[in-house]
Design a protein around this ligand. Structure first.
Ligand code: ADP
Length: 453
């Protein structure tokens, strides 16, 4: 079923174009109809101008024409449609090109020609907010328009001039606004460029500073490395040179106190014993210094092999048992929970002996214990004690050379403050790490973590 064609809506107004003067009337009428149906001021002028142009061209073709105004839908919105229809074919001079510029003034325009003549129709859509055009309102508009008395061409020219002045005013104010915006933009651009230059300079300056700082830092690290190497060399040399005379002093003092030597007075015996004690402290220090200097100079190369931990633990148990003399302290080195490790047995033993000796030195009662466990692909050797403990703020300091916790009371021997820095150095050489966890009054736990293979 084909849909019924839309019935042609009843026109709002009609008029006939016969003579040139009718062009003015059509223009006036166009503007009035446009205003009545709710088009805005500028659109009223556009439609009126378009209509007067079409009227001029159609009349010039030599034919009368009917002008009809209707309101009908155009797309989704209502529009005012004006149709100019020639009543006879005319001279055939009507050129579509003459109307091309008129098309720009309206939303839609079409020109259709056949043997009966030419029809030009154009439409301008009503604004979305225009008051609704009810049948009553349409009747009202029709009544108003029928009372329309055309004014003289002079009056219409006057109106047209007024509109032209208003349009020119608008163009001028838009041009002024544009000039103002341009000036503002230029000003802003200048500001941005100035800021950009300033920032680039500042950045360059900062970069120069950073480069200089890096160069200085490089110099300093080279100097530092050289100084550290010199220190290690010095310590190694001095301790090496000291070892022989100190050992000689110990031997000689032993000889003096020997039963086979001439008898000494009680005073002399005490003094010789003091010399021997001091010399042996000095020898411990010299040996520790030499070990540390060697480790720091990179002169210790680990010898990696499969280490049987049962044997290692057994050896530690044997050598350290004599130091665990207090009955209040339980010294526990149980069978290891892990059978072996791929590492350097001598270096591991040195670190563990160091840690266990410290634990025995600082534990008056409770227990000192060594265990081992697997953590991922690593092994952790844990030396725990129930001794004096160490304050958290000193946990890193005790790994510094010669540092000893002030007031800490060792139960045997004075110590040198070189044991932990040496142990940590060895842990690094073995590809691992040494850390401490300790609470004063509760005890300490030193953990040596090494790769298992
Ligand atoms: P030292 O020869 O004095 O033992 P270390 O470098 O081995 O030198 O230890 C440094 C200091 O760390 C010790 O003097 C001691 O104050 C503290 N310390 C080390 N181990 C323990 C521990 N198990 N319990 C309490 N304090 C410890």
């Amino acid at each position: 079923m084909t849909p019924e064609p839309e019935p042609e809506p009843e026109p709002l107004m009609r008029m006939r174009l016969r003579v040139e003067q009718d062009i003015f009337v059509a223009r006036q009428l166009g503007r009035e109809v446009a205003r009545d149906v709710g088009l805005e001021q500028q659109d009223q002028t556009r439609l009126a101008t378009a209509l007067s142009e079409v009227s001029r061209v159609v009349l010039a073709d030599g034919s009368d024409a009917d002008v009809t105004f209707t309101v009908r839908p155009e797309g989704v919105r209502m529009a005012l449609r004006v149709t100019v229809q020639q009543s006879s074919p005319g001279d055939g001079q009507l050129v579509r090109g003459d109307l091309a510029h008129v098309g720009r003034l309206v939303d839609k325009m079409e020109v259709e020609s056949d043997e009966t003549g030419t029809v030009v129709w154009m439409a301008r859509r009503l604004p979305a907010g225009a008051p609704p055009l009810t049948p009553e309102r349409m009747d009202e508009i029709r009544a108003g328009l029928s009372r329309h008395v055309p004014s003289s061409p002079i009056d219409e020219l006057h109106v047209q001039n007024q509109q032209l002045i208003a349009a020119l005013d608008e163009v001028r104010s838009q041009r002024d606004e544009l000039a103002r915006l341009n000036a503002e933009l230029e000003e802003t651009n200048r500001g941005v460029m100035a800021l950009y230059h300033q920032l680039s300079e500042e950045l360059e300056e900062t970069n120069r500073g950073v480069v200089a700082l890096y160069a200085e830092l490089d110099d300093k690290s080279v100097q530092l490395a050289a100084a550290s190497e010199a220190k290690s060399r010095f310590l190694a040399n001095v301790s090496h040179e000291l070892r022989a005379p100190v050992t000689a002093i110990i031997g000689l003092s032993r000889l003096l106190a020997d039963d086979g030597s001439d008898p000494l007075t009680t005073d002399q015996e005490r003094q010789v014993e003091l010399i021997r004690g001091s010399a042996s402290d000095l020898l411990t220090l010299v040996n520790d210094l030499l070990d540390l200097a060697k480790a720091e100079a990179g002169r210790i190369e680990p010898t990696l092999a499969e280490v049987d931990l049962r044997a290692t633990f057994g050896q530690l148990r044997g050598t350290l048992r004599p130091l665990a003399t207090r009955p209040e302290v339980e010294f526990r080195i149980d069978e290891p929970a892990v059978a072996s490790i791929h590492s350097d047995e001598v270096l591991i033993t040195r670190v563990l002996r160091n840690l266990l000796t410290n634990a025995l030195k600082f534990t008056a009662e409770g227990e000192v214990r060594l265990t081992v466990r697997e953590v991922g692909t690593d092994l952790e050797f844990i030396v725990s004690d129930t001794g004096t403990g160490i304050s958290p703020e000193l946990h890193e300091r005790i790994f510094e050379e010669f540092y000893q916790v002030p007031g800490s009371k060792s139960l045997s021997g004075k110590g040198t403050g070189l044991g932990l820095p040496y142990a940590r150095r060895l842990a690094t050489i073995l590809g691992g790490a040494l850390r401490v966890d300790s609470t004063p009054g509760e005890g300490s736990t030193f953990t040596l973590r090494l790769p298992a293979s």
